[in-house]
Design a protein around this ligand. Structure first.
Ligand code: AHR
Length: 505
């Protein structure tokens, strides 16, 4: 049996749980939009063409914010194609994912869908093939009530009320050579500063996200953030981070330690942003928008530009997630919570089919992937204040990250309901882990929730939820939980993710 001990105290907090931390992402990529959230021919489709089976699952997950419309897609997107009468909208080549974009789902449809699932839209503008003027036109179309060219056009298109979008991404991954309109940090920093400043003149209430590094391994990582923020500090509110992890090269030990990398990535971006703040004598802090994160099997063959024919909604990176992946996703959520004083926006990528929390088949079923379970639980149960977790844990060795804690944890404290919520992962593939949690200063003694995701009989760490076996992997009651004299003791099965809530008796 492996062991860990955690100490919590209501006086030691990271800060309030940021509402926007549990977002997701809908990109015009593969089948995320078409046959994902939108499929007018599907038996469950409503009058808007939205799949209501998917919609109901999205409502259960409850993403608090949804980024749209890309991703790499946005760097070639002409927003004007996606508005107005559907029959007049052009079919366009999407170079990023080598697909045909029909534009049958566009801005008004996204606005209606976001309202239907009760989420906040986070809109990205194209700073790849387009620039300041088109970003301002899109903002005018979206947020100005009436009486100007683009606001009146929106009204003529049938949307009387403005969309009222507050959160805007100034482009996507422009540090990446794969990006249409890839730029140097200087080129992008100037463009972001000019565009952000002009957009604020149209709507001073918007919040702007500057593009950070596409991942921590980028050769320009650090220097990119530094240059971009030197140039655009006053114009922006957030800098973005993207990270994907995979179980590759037979190195599952490192894969299970992915949150160590995420912790480091966040801490390095915070340090870089704060160094620019100090140099520029700025009083405002730049916070972090971790607006693409997930497990993604990038080394497996997938739809490669230049190879496939031009199709509508091809199957692109429809990764099927295992129990191991769900445990890793649980630890990535822990990393976000641990740093939620500075990471105040998060967007898991993506919502449906494309590295999706959900899967759906054209004309067929929709279901939750394994990774949807930790996402949903943390989104629903992490409330109140994020607690600082003082942890000591047994360790294991990994090639990429050295010694890694066997038990990974985060915790929240909700004073209104007098509830401590613990989100725990056991990274050991073979052994259970006993976790003692010292609940100092909390008057809690009743276990109100104890659920675990782990392999059951006949399953192994590779088990997934498939069509015809939607619920193979899910949450089941965790039996081994006790609380006595201010100490909760939890026994986690091998390779598992769990949520435990302890409340006032
Ligand atoms: O989420 C899939 C892709 O990953 C996005 O389009 C891009 O921004 C990132 O590289």
């Amino acid at each position: 049996m492996r062991t860990a001990s955690l100490t919590l105290d209501p006086a030691f907090t990271v800060g309030p749980v940021p509402h926007r931390l549990f977002g997701s992402f809908v990109e015009h990529m593969g089948r995320c939009v078409y046959t994902g959230i939108f499929e007018p021919e599907h038996p469950s489709a409503d009058e808007n063409g939205f799949r209501t089976d998917v919609l109901e699952l999205v409502k259960e997950l409850g993403p608090t914010v949804v980024r749209y419309p890309g991703g790499n897609f946005v760097s070639g997107f002409e927003w004007e194609d996606s508005v107005g009468p559907r029959e007049e909208r052009p079919r366009r080549l999407d170079r990023a994912w080598r697909s045909i974009e029909t534009n049958q789902f566009g801005l008004a449809e996204f606005d209606a869908w976001a309202r239907a699932v009760d989420t906040e839209p986070m809109m990205a503008v194209n700073l790849g093939t387009r620039g300041l003027q088109e970003a301002c036109d899109l903002l005018e179309y979206s947020n100005i009530t009436s009486g100007s060219k683009y606001s009146d056009l929106r009204i003529a298109h049938g949307s009387k009320d403005p969309f009222g979008i507050k959160l805007w991404c100034l482009g996507n991954e422009l540090d990446g050579p794969w990006q249409t309109g890839h730029k140097t940090a200087y080129e992008y920093g100037r463009l972001a500063a000019e565009t952000g400043m002009a957009m604020r003149l149209i709507d001073p209430d918007i919040e702007l996200v500057a593009v950070g590094s596409s991942n921590r391994r980028m050769p320009t990582f650090g220097a990119w953030e530094s240059t971009v923020l030197e140039l655009a500090y006053d114009a922006v509110d957030y800098v973005s981070l993207h990270a994907y992890y995979e179980d590759a090269d037979g190195d599952v030990a490192s894969f299970l330690g992915s949150a160590v990398d995420m912790d480091l990535f966040i801490e390095q971006v915070v340090a870089t942003a704060d160094a620019v703040r100090a140099r520029g004598k700025h009083s405002k802090k730049i916070n972090l928008s971790f607006d693409e994160w997930n497990v993604w099997y990038q080394s497996r063959p997938h739809h490669a530009p230049g190879v496939q024919p031009w199709d509508v909604a091809p199957r692109v990176i429809e990764d099927e997630y295992s129990i191991t992946d769900a445990v890793v996703v649980g630890t990535l959520l822990n990393s976000l919570l641990r740093h939620s004083d500075r990471v105040t926006i998060g967007a898991q990528a993506q919502l449906v089919n494309v590295i999706g929390l959900l899967r759906s088949e054209p004309g067929g079923d929709a279901w939750k992937q394994t990774i949807a379970h930790p996402f949903e639980q943390v989104r629903r149960l992490a409330t109140g204040e994020v607690l600082r977790v003082a942890a000591t844990s047994d360790k294991y060795e990994s090639d990429k990250y050295g010694d890694v804690d066997v038990v990974d944890a985060s915790a929240t404290w909700d004073e209104d309901t007098s509830t401590v919520s613990l989100f725990l992962a056991n990274r050991d593939l073979a052994d259970s882990a006993k976790v003692d949690v010292s609940l100092r200063g909390f008057d809690v003694s009743k276990v109100v929730t104890a659920k675990v995701l782990a392999a059951t009989e006949g399953q192994d760490r590779h088990t997934t939820n498939l069509e015809g076996a939607h619920d193979a992997v899910g949450l089941r009651p965790l039996q081994d939980v006790t609380v006595a004299e201010g100490v909760a003791t939890v026994v986690l099965p091998p390779l598992s993710w769990a949520v435990v809530q302890v409340a006032k008796a």
